[in-house]
Write a new protein. Structure first.
Length: 268
């Protein structure tokens, strides 16, 4: 009797983001030092650490606002910072066309809102999906209204950004990033430009996004309560390297490294 057939093993999905020995230098200053980092699909990872430790540089490399000095960044198992070229498929630095296609998977919410003041809230959200993704204005408008409901601004679609509070403007910026249907969302100290009383409303919206979507989240923040609520994993950075990594509750409650303990003591 022939043996029963067995199913082929399913290969694990490639991580959403992988940094392979990535170094970033500015002249003689090394900001990232041979960084190895993987972020799984749908994983929520928060980067913490003192100013200048390399956290924001990671986001800027993913947004192609900076180029790596050494190493390779991969998205979904494919080279992102580099592309095949030369003999035998050797990787070479990516050209702008390669980057432009692949960075559509990435959305970013910055510290500053960067909304167009001459456009309505709705128009601010609709423009990029129409001109970059090729969506019809009608479809983009419907999705924009849904996203405004998600961020609690369904009644402000026709308002100008200058008529909104800072917290409301940042919520519009979140909706604008989500309108591009990113698989990966980067958050760079998104509450640092807000008055203290407006911080909670923005963090509440981001908690809702984390709970209601399967988006991969990579976040830089000094808001430890927010980091605990949304993160699967927290990474502590210092001098361009990962000092410590672990589940959010574990790292925040019982950090193993003295540098982590000192940093957490300074921000609580």
């Amino acid at each position: 009797m022939a043996p029963a057939a067995t199913a082929d093993p399913v290969a694990p999905a490639a991580p959403a983001v992988r940094f392979d020995r990535v170094t970033k230098r500015y002249g003689d200053r090394t900001v990232l030092d041979g960084l190895d980092l993987e972020v799984g699909r749908g994983e929520r990872v928060t980067l913490i650490g003192p100013s200048g430790s390399g956290k924001t540089t990671i986001l800027r490399l993913l947004m192609t606002l900076e180029r790596v000095t050494d190493g390779v960044i991969h998205l979904d198992g494919e080279p992102f910072s580099h592309m095949p070229g030369g003999s035998r498929g050797k990787l070479v630095p990516a050209n702008e066309r390669h980057l432009a296609v692949r960075r559509r998977r990435i959305g970013m919410v910055f510290q500053q809102f960067n909304l167009f003041p001459h456009m309505s809230v709705l128009e601010n959200i609709v423009e990029a999906p129409v001109h970059v993704l090729g969506e019809s204005r009608e479809d983009a408008g419907r999705r924009a209204r849904d996203l405004l409901e998600l961020v609690g601004l369904g009644d402000r679609a026709d308002a100008r950004p200058t008529r909104l509070s800072g917290g409301q403007q940042q919520r519009v910026a979140i909706a604008r990033a989500l309108a591009m249907r990113p698989g990966i969302l980067l958050l760079d100290e998104v509450t640092s430009a807000l008055d203290p009383e407006l911080v909670a409303e923005v963090l509440d919206v981001l908690r809702d996004v984390a709970r209601s979507t399967d988006i991969t989240l990579l976040c830089v923040t000094h808001e430890m309560g927010f980091a605990r609520d949304v993160s699967d994993r927290i990474l502590m950075f210092d001098r361009g390297r990962i000092v410590e990594s672990g589940p959010a509750d574990e790292l925040l409650e019982s950090p193993a490294h003295e540098r982590t303990r000192a940093f957490l003591g300074s921000v609580r």
